[in-house]
Design a protein around this ligand. Structure first.
Ligand code: KG4
Ligand code: ZN
Length: 362
């Protein structure tokens, strides 16, 4: 493939949690295309322990990443000379895991005299919707639902983000994982609950739609709380067990999934309407959930809102979304991250522009 100066091509690495992922993405004539997408999931290794073990995650990233880079470059048909930049997730996530991707990306960039971009993982999730055939036009509201975050974010052109809603305790994905464990299902809980729910009655248990009280009275309209729901599920299980009743696992799973979907859909729609927006976007691991996708599609269409969802394959962690976020930054300005930029377990999304300034924020 010949070098095309008008197209920008990025090699991207993602290692913030339990997926080692490498992708090559290109931006040309206003569109993002995927030249290679390689993922090595560590889920089986972590499932034995019931959740992600940070030390195991780092070691597996270290073992896998060099092979994935070779595989992705070969699949893309690109040489390093044809790339515009190398990108890697630098925050938020498990520090040791982030370090593996960041150091690998930075080393490759240095070796091939390319700029390095340290990407915010949530900016990656937000960018994942631009990997769909018909991406949305700015401005829009995003419901970001993953294992670590449940947030409503207003996105303007130029990578400007404003958080309007958030969870005060567990993220929706975390609630799926914890409830799955309660029901004796495997990690990750989301897909396990989704599968089990197929044969369940979503109306069999009445469960609370957690709300967050304001100190001055009333509720935060766009905030979430899943800890009460988790406790309610635990009480139901304990009650049934104390009465020696065999757990109706499918009904419990379906009732839980239904109430989580209802809460996410209701608050996303009211926030979109209150903001005077016409477009709602849904991204993140939980956005892969079929029932949530169906319900969101139904209710947005009733309310005259255009819905855009990240393709299912790009809802859970992947490197294509990290590359897409880097391409969007490169479209905005000629930028790279400071040589001093490290990794951080936490960093606010609203401050992600600081990752591209000469003075590294961490
Ligand atoms: O976005 P993601 O891959 O990683 C984070 O950045 O957190 O999200 C992982 C989360 C896990 O909690 C997992 O249980 C949940 O997404 N998840 C799902 C489904 N697939 C993954 N939850 C509900 N339904 C699914 N189909
Ligand atoms: Zn993620």
């Amino acid at each position: 493939m010949r070098y095309n100066p008008k197209a920008k091509t990025v090699l991207a690495l993602e290692t913030s949690c339990d997926e080692s992922a490498v992708a090559v993405v290109r931006f040309e004539q206003g569109r993002v295309s995927l030249l290679a997408n390689c993922i090595a999931s560590q889920i089986e290794e972590h499932a034995k322990w019931g959740g992600v073990v940070p030390e195991i995650a780092s070691r597996l990233h270290l073992e896998t990443l060099p092979h994935l880079v070779g595989e992705a470059m070969a699949e893309s048909g690109q040489s390093f000379q044809e790339l515009s930049a190398v990108a890697a997730t630098v925050t938020p996530g498990l520090a040791g895991a982030l370090l593996v991707g960041s150091v690998t990306g930075r080393t490759l960039a240095h070796l091939h005299s390319l700029p390095f971009l340290g990407v915010h993982h949530l900016e990656g999730h937000l960018a994942s919707v631009h990997l769909s055939k018909t991406p949305p036009k700015f401005p829009y509201l995003v419901l970001l639902v993953s294992g670590g975050h449940t947030e409503l974010i207003r996105v303007e052109r130029d990578c400007q983000f404003q958080r309007l809603g958030r969870s005060h305790d567990d993220a929706a994905g975390e609630a799926f994982d914890k409830v799955a464990r309660l029901l004796g299902l495997t990690y990750p809980g989301g897909p396990a609950i989704e599968k089990l729910s197929i044969d369940g009655d979503p109306k069999s248990f009445s469960l609370p739609k957690g709300r967050v009280s304001r100190p001055q009275g009333g509720f935060y309209p766009y905030d979430f709380s899943f800890s009460g729901l988790k406790t309610a599920m635990m009480r139901q299980v304990q009650r049934l067990q104390s009465e020696d009743i065999e757990l109706p696992l499918a009904d419990l799973a379906a009732s839980f999934q239904e109430v989580v979907a209802e809460v996410l859909v209701e608050r996303s729609i009211s926030c979109t309407l209150d903001q005077g927006l016409k477009t709602l976007v849904m991204v993140g691991g939980v956005a892969a959930n079929k029932r949530l996708r169906e319900m969101m599609l139904d209710r947005t269409s009733i309310n005259g809102i255009d819905l855009f969802m990240a393709p299912k394959a790009f809802c859970t962690d992947n490197a294509a979304m990290i590359g897409t976020a880097a391409l969007m930054r490169l479209e905005l300005m000629t930028c790279s991250s400071s040589n001093q930029l490290g990794v951080s377990p936490r960093w606010p999304l609203e401050q992600s522009h600081l990752l591209y300034q000469s003075k590294a924020p961490f």
